[in-house]
Design a protein around this ligand. Structure first.
Ligand code: 13P
Ligand code: SF4
Length: 326
C-alpha cells in the first residue's frame, strides 16, 4: 500500500503578505495603526506608528472606513469609542493587557464607593467599563498635565497602574489614592538588573517607561512614554542607552539613530519577559486575515461608547491645550 502523504497548505512569504495587505488596504480604504511594541514588520507596514496618546488622536481623526489596530484590546476599544461609525479590527482578540486585567469593573466600582468625594483619573490601559467610571483618562505622555489640571486640593484616585500613579504623585506632590495594578512586563524589570547593566556600561544612559517600579525609575536619566523615549534618544548627544521598557521600541530607535546602541533590560534569565506577549500576538498573517475577513471586530454598545468617550475627549482637549498634540 502506498504511504499516505501529508499535504500542507503553502505558507505565504512575508513579501506576498505585505503586497496583499497593501492591496486590501487600498481597496477597502483601511488604515493600519500600530503601537511601538509591535514586531518590526508590522511597524513597517503600518500607516502610523505611535504611543497610546498619538494613536488615540489618529483614531479620532482618520478618514478611513476601517481601522486595523495593531496593538492590544484596550487600544482598539479606544479607537472604536472615538470613531464609533468606523469598523475597528484587532488581528487577535486575545491580545489583552495584564495591566487592564488587573482592574476588573466590579471591585473597582466597590473601591470608588469606599472613597467618596474623589475624582477619578484612569490610565488609558484599562477596559471601556473602567473608562465609563472615570472623570478623565490619561496616557504615560500626558499623565502629569492631566493630574495637574485638577485644583490643588481636589481628592483624586489614580487607576489602574500603581507605578505610574506613584511616579506622578512624586513629581506633582499630590497624594492620589492608587489602585493596586501593574503591567507584568514593566513590573518585572528589576533595579538589580539595571544596576548590573549600569556598572558594566558606565557610559550608557538609562531611559525608563513610568510603568516601571519606583527603584528602577529612581536610577533613570530619563523617564517618559515610548514616544518621549524615542524622541529623547533622537535628540540626545549620548551614544548608548539602557532601555527599560518593552523591546519593540528599539526598532524605531535604531531606525532614527543607526549610530547609537540600545541595550534592553532583561526581566530574568529564563525568559524574554520584556516582550509583551499580548502585543506580540499580532502577526503579519493575522493582520492579513483580519483585513481580508474584516474580523475580529471590536463591538461596543452605544451606552458604553457615550460614557467612555467623555473622559477620553477630556484627555484629548487637555493635551491639545498643553500642546502635547496638535
Ligand atoms: P505608551 O503610553 O508609551 O504608548 O505605553 C503604552 C503601554 O502599553 C506601555 O506598556
Ligand atoms: Fe499592557 Fe504591559 Fe503589554 Fe503595555 S506592555 S500592553 S501595559 S501588558
Amino acid at each position: 500500500m502506498e504511504e499516505g502523504k501529508i499535504v500542507r497548505p503553502e505558507k505565504q512569504t512575508n513579501e506576498e503578505l505585505i503586497f496583499k495587505i497593501h492591496e486590501l488596504k487600498r481597496q477597502k480604504n483601511a488604515v493600519i495603526l500600530a503601537h511601538y511594541y509591535q514586531v518590526a514588520k508590522i511597524q513597517d507596514i503600518a500607516d502610523f506608528v505611535g504611543d497610546s496618546l498619538q494613536l488615540s488622536q489618529r483614531a479620532a481623526e482618520t478618514k478611513a472606513d476601517i481601522i486595523v489596530f495593531a496593538g492590544v484590546h484596550f487600544m482598539a476599544e479606544t479607537a472604536k469609542i472615538l470613531s464609533p461609525d468606523k469598523k475597528v479590527l484587532l488581528p487577535d482578540l486575545n491580545a489583552g493587557c495584564s495591566l487592564a486585567d488587573s482592574c476588573p469593573p466590579e471591585p473597582f466600582s466597590a473601591f470608588l464607593k469606599a472613597h467618596p468625594g474623589h475624582r477619578v483619573v484612569s490610565y488609558i490601559n484599562c477596559s471601556a467599563a473602567i473608562k465609563t467610571m472615570s472623570d478623565v483618562i490619561c496616557t504615560s505622555s500626558n499623565a502629569r498635565q492631566i493630574v495637574e489640571s485638577f485644583p490643588e486640593n481636589e481628592k483624586l484616585i489614580f487607576a489602574p497602574d500603581k507605578n505610574l500613579g506613584a511616579y506622578i504623585n512624586s513629581v506633582t506632590g499630590k497624594n492620589m489614592i492608587l489602585w493596586d495594578g501593574s503591567c507584568h512586563v514593566h513590573n518585572q524589570l528589576s533595579d538589580e538588573k539595571v544596576i548590573q547593566l549600569k556598572i558594566s556600561n558606565p557610559d550608557a544612559k538609562l531611559i525608563a517607561h513610568p510603568e516601571c517600579r519606583g527603584p528602577v525609575l529612581a536610577l533613570a536619566d530619563f523617564i517618559g512614554s515610548t514616544a518621549a523615549m524615542l524622541e529623547f534618544t533622537r535628540k540626545d548627544t549620548g551614544k548608548r542607552y539602557i532601555v527599560a521598557t518593552e523591546g519593540g521600541i528599539i526598532h524605531q530607535m535604531q531606525k532614527y539613530s543607526p549610530d547609537k546602541e540600545f541595550i534592553v533590560v532583561p526581566a530574568d534569565e529564563t525568559c524574554s519577559c520584556n516582550d509583551c506577549p499580548f502585543m506580540k500576538m499580532n502577526t503579519l498573517e493575522k493582520l492579513y486575515k483580519c483585513l481580508s475577513d474584516e474580523k475580529p471586530e471590536i463591538v461596543l454598545d452605544d451606552l458604553t461608547i457615550t460614557a467612555a468617550r467623555l473622559p477620553i475627549q477630556k484627555m484629548l482637549d487637555i493635551s491639545k491645550a498643553a500642546n502635547l498634540i496638535k
